[in-house]
Write a protein that binds this ligand. Sequence first.
Ligand code: IPE
Ligand code: IPE
Ligand code: MG
Ligand code: MG
Ligand code: MG
Length: 291
Amino acid sequence: MQIKLNKVANDTNIFLRNFIKSQKKSPLLDPIIYSLFSGGKKIRSKILVDVGSIFNIEYQKLIAVGATVECIHSYSLIHDDLPCMDNDDMRRGKPSTHVKFGESTAVLAGNSLLTLAYEILSSKFFKKVDNKIKINLVKKISECSGHNGIAGGQFLDLSFEHKKISKKKIIDMEIKKTGKLFSFCCAAPLILKKRNKNEIKKFEDIGADIGLLFQVADDLIDYKGSLLVAGKKTGKDKKKGKATLIGLLGHKNTIKYANNLIIKINKKLKKYGSNSNNLSETLDYILNRNK
Ligand code: IPE
Ligand code: IPE
Ligand code: MG
Ligand code: MG
Ligand code: MG
């Protein structure tokens, strides 16, 4: 699994480096490069490749779409760490972007990364794809990033601090802030393949559950992990009064909840037989990782 993930991460990085090389230089490139290539797992691209392989999509197209997702993910992390958000000074074992480059530069690098996703999707680097399909991808990825996606979920995450929040609302918040981008990753291969709306929706739902699983695992790392391995400070969710399933249900029940999520997702994948083995393997990695 780690070898496969590293390959996807490498290929995504090569794509992104080539794209950035084709652009005019600017002073914001330093913080952009710092946050894009500082050792993120690129797990979202891996999910895209896993689902893409079920539908026989050309690998390089999946890498291009994955690159756009990683730009949006990187932006979301830069902003997530800002003093006005989670106020975290470590990310991936290094100073957070705003600590290294200053707050205003970090905000603007984040804005540029969000935009970079669309620059890529509308460029000649995203080859052999109809314009109609490109528009559908833009529509879906923007929905997943905006006020009903990442931004909306981050708003809820912050407004839930130090409050008693129901399980349903916590799940809704986690799906928005993290799950939606995974929804996009699971839907994108079907959009590329022009599959019907119902099938696309099914994969969006699978993606939301995978993203929820991913965020629950991230919360578990915060609960029991260490800075040295995770590359970010741990034990912060409790200190900040974040609403998490661990806070509400306890550690053991949260692990049970996550295992049940994997069972639920695998049931939905069953009809794809061994073609979905890579994706199932990635699900186990997501829950059992320690960074
Ligand atoms: C961390 O995401 C933030 C969450 C959405 C939970 P990742 O764990 O994917 O971060 P990197 O890119 O691998 O550092
Ligand atoms: C971050 O969740 C979610 C997004 C960036 C959208 P967290 O705040 O838990 O992520 P970490 O733990 O700082 O990586
Ligand atoms: Mg946060
Ligand atoms: Mg955070
Ligand atoms: Mg976290």
